[in-house]
Design a protein around this ligand. Structure first.
Ligand SMILES: C[S@@+](CC[C@H](N)C(=O)[O-])C[C@H]1O[C@@H](n2cnc3c(N)ncnc32)[C@H](O)[C@@H]1O
Length: 265
């Protein structure tokens, strides 16, 4: 809930959600929070069936017009120039065909519309593996617990990592962890420079890109200490004044509301 509050507030501060037609990609934000910002319409596209049905159930219960969630892959979502804003939180690192997705997003936006996305931890960061599994004795192991040392998923080989984890967690859990880290299908395993290159080669203009960094990265090709990325992109030309205004709003929000820790721009 906290991260939804934070990012909705941030998007509203920078772009203003009131009266906007918003397409949320890779998630269904809580309706109570969305309503605070009075968007005109809110459409979600997500592959999480539970989240989609919960959102639609809440819409029905509250009889809210113009809100809906769709269980569909964004790279297959077809709509024409309808939305003022695309809002996407912690989903870009999961979306496989990001090039195709950006094309669909571009088509879905009206001219001068914006894409606001924050996502991470990305694969090339210290905890980019997203490890989250249950162990042989029903405990949950996740990446925030420091089970892997920073960047170990990139420094080590699957075989060496399995041998190391076996000693601590047993062979079943070690195998499960290694399978998750290197084969879990819901992660795209893109490196930082690949996101920048995909975005540069898209039809969007870049307004802002922000990097949230952590640690000192090992010297390996493509490996960096950027954990999280934020992009504000535009369908149309970006102007210096607009870029400066958005940057000022972002910095203002970070300083006054402490809604986002700004480390690197
Ligand atoms: C880590 S969850 C984030 C959910 C939510 N935005 C949040 O911040 O709590 C990633 C979400 O991306 C969605 N997702 C991944 N690939 C997708 C795709 N190709 N099309 C639509 N949704 C996708 C998943 O279904 C999942 O709900």
């Amino acid at each position: 809930m906290e991260h939804h509050k934070k990012y909705l507030k941030l998007a509203d501060t920078i772009i203003n959600l009131q009266g906007r037609n918003v397409l949320e990609v890779g998630g269904c934000s809580p309706i109570d929070l969305i309503l605070n910002y009075k968007p005109n319409c809110w459409t979600c596209v997500d592959l999480n069936a539970k989240a989609v049905s919960l959102f639609n159930e809440n819409v029905r219960k509250r009889k809210i017009a113009k809100y809906s969630a769709n269980l569909i892959d964004i790279s297959k979502f077809d709509t024409q120039e309808k939305y003022d804003l695309i809002y996407s939180i912690n989903s870009f690192e999961h979306i496989h065909d990001l090039e195709k997705t950006l094309k669909k997003m571009y088509l879905a936006l009206r001219p001068e519309g914006y894409l606001f996305t924050v996502f991470g931890p990305i694969w090339s960061s210290d905890v980019g593996h997203h490890l989250s599994i249950s162990t042989e004795n029903e405990q949950t192991l996740n990446f925030q617990q420091g089970i892997l040392s920073p960047w170990e998923h990139l420094i080590s080989t699957p075989k060496d990592l399995k041998t190391r984890l076996e000693q601590e967690y047993g062979s079943e859990t070690a195998q499960k962890a290694v399978t998750y880290i290197y084969e879990y299908k819901d992660l795209n395993r893109l490196y930082e420079h690949e996101y920048f290159s995909i975005i540069k080669n898209s039809q969007f203009s870049k307004i802002l890109s922000i990097k949230k960094r952590k640690g000192i990265a090992p010297k390996m090709d493509g490996v960096t200490n950027t954990r999280e990325l934020m992009f504000i992109l535009k369908k149309g030309d970006s102007h210096l004044l607009e870029k400066s205004m958005m940057l000022l709003k972002l910095v203002g929000a970070c300083l006054t509301q402490r809604i986002y820790k700004l480390k690197g721009i």
